[in-house]
Design a protein. Structure first.
Length: 259
């Protein structure tokens, strides 16, 4: 993926978080010049993805962000397969965290309503799916609402997480690189994931095969910090080699036969 495309994705993620971005701050965060950021904003504005204002940019009113539900339609069969594999790890009596994302949205549909499981999420859409599925014990973390993603993020979210503990936590991820491990686009994502690693006995990452060829900015976990990676097909050889020797278990259809 071209560097400018990566920057554009990061700018849109930050804009989704903060509702307004400033040129100087973006240049500092993305380690480029202010002139480069201005060119990026001009290009994104020409694509209808934001609207430039003095010193920065705001969301384009005519281009609402893509929702998690819409993203779930992409690779939906693969994501549902991953969700079904993930649901097998949930046992009665567990305290389970389910993070926001299009694949974890499918997991919320695979939960059994009669199991004595307590679910916690920072996703409004996932909480709604739990309710539709008649799940009895659901907790929603507080925080600032992220447009499009419909997730709650911020200091309040982290503070609530730090007061809880979980048997297992399920999260999606933006990218998986053989050299750097698991990556996310913003500092808030990184903080959330790092906190969950400390508060959950088991950390499970749900990722379809496209995540192995996607790039992102911030390394949040190495392979030794994840207990289970659940995906829809065997990871590329370079990723398998990078994960060798770590405790991480990789789950995908046919994985046991390949072992």
């Amino acid at each position: 993926m071209a560097l400018h495309v990566m920057r554009h994705n990061s700018i849109l993620e930050i804009l989704d978080e903060e509702a307004e971005v400033r040129v100087a701050r973006l240049a500092e965060q993305l380690h480029v010049s202010e002139m480069t950021i201005r060119r990026d904003l001009s290009m994104l504005e020409s694509q209808g993805k934001l609207r430039r204002v003095f010193g920065g940019a705001v969301p384009a009113a005519e281009a609402p962000p893509e929702t998690v539900a819409k993203r779930a339609l992409q690779k939906s069969e693969e994501k549902r397969m991953i969700a079904r594999q993930a649901a097998d790890f949930i046992k009665a009596g567990m305290d389970v965290f389910v993070g926001g994302g299009s694949t974890t949205l499918f997991l919320s549909e695979e939960t059994a309503s009669d199991a004595a499981v307590r679910y916690t999420t920072n996703s409004m859409e996932i909480a709604s799916r739990f309710c539709e599925n008649a799940v009895r014990d659901v907790h929603v973390l507080g925080g600032a609402l992220r447009r499009g993603a419909h997730t709650l993020m911020g200091p309040e979210t982290i503070e609530m997480l730090e007061r809880r503990s979980f048997d297992i936590a399920f999260i999606g991820i933006t990218a998986i690189e053989a050299r750097h491990g698991f990556l996310e686009p913003t500092e808030w994502h990184a903080w959330l994931v790092k906190t969950l690693r400390n508060r959950a006995a088991g950390l499970l990452v749900l990722a379809d095969h496209t995540k192995f060829t996607t790039l992102s900015d911030l390394r949040v976990l190495d392979f030794g910090e994840v207990d289970v990676l659940i995906t829809d097909r065997a990871p590329p050889a370079e990723h398998v080699q990078a994960m060798a020797g770590h405790r991480i278990r990789t789950v995908y259809p046919g994985a046991e036969a390949a072992a």
